[in-house]
Design a protein around this ligand. Structure first.
Ligand SMILES: Cc1cc2nc3c(=O)[nH]c(=O)nc-3n(C[C@H](O)[C@H](O)[C@H](O)COP(=O)(O)OP(=O)(O)OC[C@H]3O[C@@H](n4cnc5c(N)ncnc54)[C@H](O)[C@@H]3O)c2cc1C
Length: 403
């Protein structure tokens, strides 16, 4: 039987994440939206707390790193790290999406290391904050077009190429960079490599100025004759033509529900504030039952958006639950992201419209939330790419047939 309550053991985590969202993120939300590229030093204390929780084994860290640490389920039917991260991330992003993306030690690269790294690598790189560098000027939605190369030279891999849009690319201690061992062999030759900051040949070229999530740094990083130890490759260096981008898929199956959770958090924040602001204008949204015919148009709109948000939330917890229980969840992970990001974009923007001047002005955070929400329908695979993945799976078509 499916129980849709928040699991008892995860309630403290959800409460803590909510408090961080409310008392740490919200007060500095506008500050780091305005001061783009300034490091949010207030988060350092949060990072130490999360690190302590993870090291102590008692926490279910609400972030990519925390997720992956707890992922090693013991085969029992359970709610584990994926559920914890999804629920925690919802609350953190209710506070602020950009700040949630820049919590030290909780990068997407950390998820990749945990998902595909060996036990030795997880130990060696465990203390690092790792960003993920897949996208290139010529490789966005289609990662198989990656042009960054990696060649073996004695005991070292030599990387050459340029990565764009690297979240935490400047602040993180390392990046997990995707590179091809042999372009002629397509997807199967693409591998990921951990490159630590300070490695000669790795340069952060610039930071992007963005529409939203301005508290999070987005960098262009280049590699020129960049030499890293041979055992910094994640997974096997063997090129197995039938395996494709399996390591990446494994990571995305875990991380897409997290992005969905982010969208749910910020959309819920918008809905809650809109309810409050409309109440001041005498529009009181109480309960759906019995009010359908008499509801004010704005009130009815709130109910519709709440229903959409709940549908997205249910898809998201399902995808996370499946991951925790080792049930293949590629379709559900993509469905949750496609639905939640689309609904999140719609809700945050509609709330701006519903609240008039309060929605569009900078006194409230509604306009910021609409800007922050947009990226959630772009990174980790756009809306269109999620649809494509779902269609391929449902129709059992290979990517060569449906693209
Ligand atoms: C703020 C920000 C942070 C990011 N962080 C990271 C990060 O940390 N690491 C990283 O590697 N990348 C990151 N990205 C990159 C992000 O994942 C890509 O932008 C995204 O995958 C889309 O790639 P693209 O921008 O090259 O668009 P394109 O691939 O050029 O797509 C452009 C448009 O065409 C559509 N499209 C493309 N192919 C198809 C198709 N086959 N069918 C239908 N429609 C299609 C897309 O949906 C999109 O709407 C980030 C991007 C941004 C903006």
């Amino acid at each position: 039987m499916i129980c849709l309550e928040i699991p008892k053991k995860l309630r403290p985590l959800v409460d803590q994440a909510r408090q961080v969202g409310e008392y740490v993120f919200r007060p500095i939300s506008r500050k780091y939206d305005t001061a783009e590229h300034e490091y949010p030093k207030e988060l350092d204390i949060l990072a130490s707390l999360l690190k302590g929780m993870n090291e102590g084994g008692g926490g279910t860290g609400a972030g990519a790193g925390g997720l992956s640490e707890k992922k090693k389920a013991d085969g029992k039917n359970r709610n584990g790290g994926n559920m914890a991260t999804v629920l925690g991330m919802t609350e953190l992003c209710w506070g602020d999406v950009g700040l949630s993306l820049t919590i030290p030690g909780q990068g997407l690269g950390n998820s990749a290391i945990s998902a595909v790294g060996s036990a030795e690598q997880r130990k060696r790189f465990g203390h690092l904050w790792a960003a993920m560098a897949i996208t290139e000027p010529e490789a966005g939605s289609d990662p198989s077009a990656v042009r960054t190369t990696a060649r073996l030279d004695g005991d070292q891999w030599v990387l050459d190429g340029e990565k764009i849009f690297v979240t935490c690319g400047e602040r993180a201690d390392a990046v997990v960079a995707w590179a091809t061992l042999d372009r002629s062999q397509g997807r199967a030759a693409i591998k990921s490599f951990v490159v630590e900051k300070g490695t000669p040949g790795m340069v952060v070229d610039r930071l992007d100025k963005k529409l939203g999530i301005r508290a999070s740094d987005t960098a262009t990083v280049s590699f020129t004759d960049c030499r890293i130890p041979k055992d910094n490759i994640l997974g096997s260096p063997d090129i197995k033509p039938k395996r494709g981008l399996s390591g990446a898929k494994k990571t995305f199956d875990n991380t897409r529900p997290i992005v969905a959770a982010m969208a749910i958090g910020v959309a819920r924040a918008s809905l809650e504030l809109t309810r409050e602001l409309l109440k001041r204008d005498g529009i009181v949204a109480t309960s759906y039952a019995g009010t359908q015919l008499t509801a004010h148009a704005a009130e009815a709109e709130l109910y519709r958006m709440e229903a959409e948000l709940e549908a997205a939330r249910l898809l998201t917890v399902k995808a996370a639950w499946m991951a925790d229980n080792k049930i293949p969840n590629s379709v559900e992970a993509s469905m949750s992201k496609a639905k939640a990001a689309r609904v999140g974009n719609h809700i945050t923007l509609r709330c701006v419209e519903l609240c008039g001047a309060a929605g569009y002005g900078e006194r409230q955070l509604l306009e910021k939330w609409a800007r922050d929400s947009k990226i959630l329908d772009i990174f980790e695979g756009t809306q269109q790419i999620q649809m494509l993945i779902i269609a391929r799976r449902l129709l059992e078509k290979p990517s060569a047939d449906l693209r």
